[in-house]
Design a protein around this ligand. Structure first.
Ligand code: BTN
Length: 232
């Protein structure tokens, strides 16, 4: 990843720039990085704020030659790569990187263009807080824990992303490694899904990447949702 590369100043969102590249036929692994986003996007329709010079804010183009059924593991692969590249913390399902004291260091946004059973492209966006600055509540910067260089981190991130992306062809190995880096498994969780909010114990990550939550008498298989770790 990263052979085709743009390092930009201010953009609306690196996801938007990369989408235009994708429409123009850009190759898999193309990367758009920006210092400032005017309309940074987070998961579930939220905004993503980052300070110029303090974060790594970029998007990578994927053109997965994979069945649609392999795609649900992509968020986990991206989260795992993020954890490996940073070398500390753990993952809040599916792919938030949390510091050891439970604050958010980074997030991943995946936006896919699907037609029928074909995936035309996926825009994999990462926002990582590297240096201290004005951070949202509950967020942390990697620099609080490690001596870091953005250049080195970016190189490591692209390397790990490529390796874990390739490993989508071996789901059991990917899931084993993902589970080992999870801060979610074994915790009490509150999960907001399209069907409402539920509370229970996070007991497993299923073969399809879903979070398995045990509440009083029901086992829930959660494909998409927002997790809160209770009492972490
Ligand atoms: C989250 O909500 O946790 C995901 C945040 C993803 C933010 C990144 S920053 C680079 C890319 N461009 C965007 O507009 N969003 C993603």
């Amino acid at each position: 990843f990263g052979a085709f590369y743009a390092y930009l100043g201010t953009v609306e969102s690196t996801q938007e720039v990369l989408k235009n590249w994708a429409l123009d036929g850009a190759e898999e692994g193309a990367v758009v990085l920006a210092e400032r986003q005017l309309k940074g996007r987070g998961r579930r329709g939220r905004a993503w704020a980052s300070e110029p010079g303090k974060s790594l804010t970029f998007s990578v183009l994927l053109r997965p030659a994979l069945p649609l059924s392999a795609l649900p593991l992509l968020p986990l692969a991206a989260g795992l790569a993020l954890r490996e590249a940073c070398g500390l913390g753990g993952l809040k399902w599916p792919n938030d990187l949390l510091s050891p004291d439970g604050r958010k260091l980074a997030g991943v946004l995946l936006e896919a263009q699907v037609s029928g059973e074909e995936v035309a492209w996926v825009l994999l966006g990462i926002g990582l807080n590297v240096h201290r600055g004005v951070l949202p509540d509950g967020a942390a910067a990697l620099e609080e824990f490690l001596e870091v260089s953005r250049v080195q981190l970016l190189a490591r991130l692209l390397e790990h992303l490529e390796a874990r992306y390739t490993q989508l062809r071996d789901p059991p190995a990917l899931l084993r490694d993902y589970r080992a880096m999870s801060y979610t498994l074994g915790q009490r969780v509150r999960v907001a899904t399209a069907r409402g909010v539920l509370e229970g114990q996070a007991i497993d990550i299923a073969a399809d990447g879903a979070l398995v939550v045990q509440s009083a008498d029901t086992t829930h298989h959660i494909g998409a949702g927002d997790v809160e770790l209770i009492g972490f």
